[in-house]
Ligand binder design. Structure first.
Ligand code: ARG
Length: 470
């Protein structure tokens, strides 16, 4: 990453200065520059320029020597940027003009031909699509890593019974394995949304020019193919104005963050003394400078907190887009800070949570104790009555009365004298309260019986190992 010392405020004449007689105010330069953040598009900008130059070569606009000079010059610039040896100039506004100006300084006249049949408008749209495509691939790999960590925890705790909650009140028994797999499933939807977004954005806007294409024809398809695009855009005005792909990606990232924020909230609860279901490792928790006993789940809290940024970044772009007339308006330059911020934030969230999940442990004794609450099987007792022919609504009422009696008398639900409560209860009603049987009975596809969870673990192992081998 280039250092800030690589930025210089020396005044270089802008490339569009021909019709102007006054210098640009330095405040305007400061206000309008994007090089301080769009420098990171340099690999995409250079790849786009080389493909464009090859299109010019094929069209006879460049000869082989000129093309070679451009390609060599651009590769040299790329190497210098990577080595931190390139000086970005704020007065040249953005990455596009910084690279082009330096190319011309290095190689002379052929450099000045590069911008033929191109505008910064189709250039920035191309760069950003390529950048999003690359980051989608990285995010997808990172999500895969987290899914694998969750899968490994699901396997480790496949038989650990915990209460499942609705309204944060104990509901019915599940296994921790089932709980972890819920997040694997959720993240798989994020994967498919990323893939979908990638498919839609992977078309080339190059050739759309400033807004109305160009009078100089380059082979758009060949250029697109060189850049790994699946096709080309079909309307130059839409291609220039379109930032849907950024909005989509910001949404997918915000939703993925929301998923991880929910996981964080589960873990925060599980790590309280009140729940005491889980322990995070020392490496992934922090202490208090005042209270010596504390072990705080800061990573989970920060994941929850940073998700606010991911949601905010999506709002940021949507608000910037909503009032823009076709086609390019400088407002569009504001698309990149939220995009870069969300990519950086989510990447870090995924990495740190993968570590945290891999190292977390369940306090199985506490889980089992909480799951042994007979109230968790009140629904099973109603199902028992249903199996003897009672309509469910009546069974619900009947068991509701038994629950009230248990609460009133202080006798645990599983120890009540059921036949005294209602003749519909047989002598075998108490057998309903075997946790093992109750869990095994949840054998419907998607339900948390241990056999099901094991089968799901195998299914996920195949899916995840297959796709991570790709
Ligand atoms: N830095 C600009 C951006 O990010 C590039 C396009 C500038 N185009 C223009 N017509 N001023 O949007």
């Amino acid at each position: 990453m280039p250092l800030s010392s690589n930025f210089c405020s020396k005044n270089i004449k802008a490339m569009w200065k021909g019709r102007f007689s006054q210098d640009t105010s330095s405040l305007v330069q400061q206000f309008g520059e994007s090089i301080s953040y769009d420098w990171r598009l340099f690999p995409q900008d250079i790849a786009g320029s080389i493909a464009h130059a090859r299109g010019q070569l094929t069209a006879g606009l460049l000869n082989a020597d000129e093309f070679a000079a451009i390609e060599g010059g651009l590769r040299g610039i790329e190497a210098d940027i990577r080595a931190g040896k390139f000086e970005f100039k704020t007065s040249l506004e953005d990455i596009h003009m910084n690279i082009e100006a330096e190319l011309t300084r290095r190689i002379g006249p052929p450099g000045a031909k590069l911008h033929t049949a191109r505008s910064r408008n189709d250039q920035v749209a191309t760069d950003t699509r390529l950048y999003c495509r690359c980051e989608i691939d990285g995010l997808s790999t990172a999500i895969r890593g987290l899914q694998l960590a969750l899968l490994e925890r699901a396997e480790r705790y496949a038989t650990t019974v915990i209460p499942g909650y609705t309204h944060l009140q104990r509901g019915q028994p599940v296994t921790a394995g089932h709980h972890f797999l819920a997040y694997v499933e959720m993240l798989e939807r994020d994967q498919s949304r990323l893939a979908d977004c990638r498919k839609r954005l992977n078309i080339s806007p190059l050739g759309s020019g400033a807004l109305a294409g160009s009078t100089i024809n380059l082979d758009r398809h060949a250029i697109a193919t060189e850049l790994g695009f699946d096709g080309v855009t079909h309307n130059s005005m839409d291609a220039i104005a379109d930032r849907d792909y950024i909005a989509e990606l910001l949404f997918v990232m915000a939703l993925c963050g929301a998923h991880l924020s929910r996981l964080s909230e589960d873990l925060i609860l599980w790590c309280t003394s009140e729940f005491a279901f889980a322990a995070l490792s020392d490496a992934h928790t922090t202490g208090s400078s005042l209270m010596p006993q504390k072990k705080n789940p800061d990573v989970c809290e920060l994941t929850r907190g940073k998700t606010g940024r991911l949601v905010g970044n999506l709002m940021n772009l949507l608000v910037a887009l909503k009032g823009l007339p076709l086609t390019y308006n400088r407002d569009l330059q504001e698309d990149k800070p939220p995009l870069f911020d969300s990519v950086d934030t989510l990447r870090l969230i995924l990495a740190v949570n993968t570590e945290l999940i891999a190292a977390m442990e369940l306090r199985e004794e506490n889980c089992r104790r909480a799951a042994s609450d007979p109230m968790l099987l009140a629904t099973d007792l109603a199902d028992y009555l249903v199996k003897s022919g009672m309509p469910f609504r009546h069974a619900h009422e009947c068991v509701g009365k038994a629950v009230a009696e248990s609460l009133r008398s202080g006798i645990p639900l599983d120890q009540l004298d059921f036949s005294a409560l209602d003749p519909a209860f047989g002598t075998d009603a108490g057998a309903v309260f075997s946790l093992e049987r109750a869990l095994a009975a949840r054998s419907n596809l998607g339900s948390p019986s241990i056999a099901n969870v094991r089968a799901e673990i195998q299914r996920w192992q195949q899916i995840l190992h297959q796709s991570s081998a790709l």
